[in-house]
Design a protein around this ligand. Structure first.
Ligand SMILES: [Zn+2]
Length: 61
């Protein structure tokens, strides 16, 4: 299971869910909130491929 940050769309969520605040924290962008995107391994790999496709644009060769 992967926890994806809804703000920066990476798996930067540390998994450090706080019992005090009930929120997750993203180590990548600093997002703090109770909502994160949960993905299993299969969906996560597809998600990463989609992200890579978007990055390829403008690569120029
Ligand atoms: Zn983030």
């Amino acid at each position: 299971m992967h926890l994806i940050c809804p703000q920066c769309k990476t798996d930067g969520i540390t998994g450090g869910w706080s019992f005090i605040t009930g929120q997750y924290r993203c180590a990548n962008c600093g997002y703090v909130g109770s909502f994160v995107i949960e993905m299993d391994d299969e969906n996560y790999h597809k998600f990463q491929e989609d992200q890579d496709d978007q990055k390829v644009e403008g690569k120029g060769d």
